[in-house]
Ligand binder design. Sequence first.
Ligand code: NCD
Length: 362
Amino acid sequence: MKHLIDPTDLTKEELDSILDLALDIIADRKKYSEVCKGLKLATLFYEPSTRTRLSFTSAMMELGGNVLGFSDAKSSSVSKGETCADTTKVISCFADVIAMRHYEEGAALVAAMNARVPVINAGDGSHAHPTQTLTDLLTIRREIGHIDGITIGFCGDLRFGRTVHSLIKALARYKDVKVILIAPDQLKLPDYMKYEVCELNGIPYKEVKSMEEVMGELDVLYMTRVQKERFLDEDEYDRLKDSFILDAEKMKLARKEMTVLHPLPRVNEITVEVDDDPRAAYFRQVENGKFVRMALISRLLEWADDPEHNSSLVPEDAVRNRHVCSNRRCISNMENVDTLFRPSADTPGQWRCVYCESKPKL
Ligand code: NCD
């Protein structure tokens, strides 16, 4: 069975087959209107969401299927203390596919380990958000025409922004992509992303402190919100929240073919005047999200019984219960699961948590 917990769960061929199917759905929506007739998607959302949950819901409805679930953990048995593992076992009895969003990092992986149906990670803490990545890739393909060879600038909260982490990992599958990281010191991309994802995959990256100095180099500008809910110190959030604001003046420095993406919701980081610029693609991006989720649901259901398409949830080199994760938001510190660590890809002697990729506690 194939789950989508991290973008690297998909091979390049699987990734392309989902994007190709999304393009075909866009070209002929009627053809797909009964693909999921009689099937059910469960949306288990433990964290707020507008776009992602409704996008999954409308995707399943357009495929002729049905949707059940909750959008607030307080209204589910979580409030009685039920674990994510148990909830998933229960929901596997009701649904054919599960989409889960959770504030704990690694929650979707625990869900997949316990499910009898495919699980889709709809965002786990600040760790990963692979369906936003599919949305972003489809949008780049539709706006620019190709993904190979692009120069992409990520701007804003690169530390907590899970959409950034997942998109960079997926871009490692494409050729000649260049990454420019635009963030204040406090919100820089985590080291494991720089060393184990960019360097190991040969993705050239540079870090800069202002948008102006790189605007003219970019094919794609990926703006992000400063992730207020992940800050422990509210004053720190207030100091950083307006670090970068894209406005019409800055757009003048960009190429006329550049495209602006944003996973939304936007707070202050793009002024509304930019919305009328034809290069602003973030609302088109939302619609692409629905089409790509239609393609993903169809493919995961098609692959569910196909041994060719399998997710190995526990890496072969993982060790059990020898370390404790240093990340207090990791599910391994919240629920009674085996702690699982694998050797770091680039640093000998270093370990990474299989659930959230953090280092062990010393
Ligand atoms: C993003 C998320 O939830 O990570 N939103 C989304 O899914 N479209 C980005 C964000 O919340 O800033």
